[in-house]
Design a protein around this ligand. Sequence first.
Ligand SMILES: [Zn+2]
Length: 319
Amino acid sequence: MTMYSIGVDIGGTKIAAGLVSAQGEIVAQTRRPTPSDDPTKLEALVAEAVLEVAGEHEISGVGVAAAGFVDAAGEKVIFAPNLAWRNHPLAERVRALVPFAVHVDNDANAAGWAEYQFGAARAANDMLMLTVGTGLGGAMVTNGNLVRGAYGFAAEVGHLRVVPHGHRCGCGMDGCWEQYVSGNALVRDARQLLSEGGELAAGLLDVSGGDADRVNGPMITTLAKAGDPGCVALLQELGRWLGEGAASVVNLLDSDVVVIGGGVSDAGALLLEPAQEAFTKCLTARAYRTPARVVLAEMGNDAGMVGAADLARLAAQGH
Ligand SMILES: [Zn+2]
């Protein structure tokens, strides 16, 4: 009988659960809406989704990916910015509702692991993944191992301080990388461009009707793809910050591949090309080394689910 594992990705709006093979293929999947204010209801929905995709299959374990700080043991969500979890024993709670082993992981770690095992970094040994979504998340694999750190807080690359006294960050510091490379940063800069007016703001003005509140990430990407010079410039600037910062991190890790994922990476080459250019320019000893490849993620929205499932499969083998 084929053995499967189950991955559950708890997002801000939906819970996605999938039955996943050892080769990373999703065999069955289901969804539930995320109840944002009721942890007990959320756990019941996670269990319901897990049991639905499990069916009569043999299950090696369940991996749950959550947006938040997860302890190194994969048991507790220490803190989740968007959900009501503080030192929350999520693994134990779900374990009480399903007849399987349950592990919790940070969602960016899970997505990064999926890219490493099955996606854009599958041929690599040392990977840096940068997830450019609302914020900037990261995952690191060194010598084949996912780096979680002593307490599970590793790879928070979004809060590397890149600009002393720069833009204020939600974490309480200022000048964090995430304030220059994220969907939030992109929208902030687009609104600024709109308020300044001028030729480069013409496309945004046209589509938003001059209402800054209507400007969002997909709007900017769509305009840029249609050749709007203002939005192309915004993505170029973001790509430059992305590449320069990635070079700093690769100076530390010596990764062989940098994977760019998250919603903003839908911009494709408009983001990737300026990132690659800045990355190559800023890498130390660039004339004497093989520079890391900077590539787009391949696993899409399923990455968190597939990665969480694979991490649960490996945990069952004692990894
Ligand atoms: Zn910060």
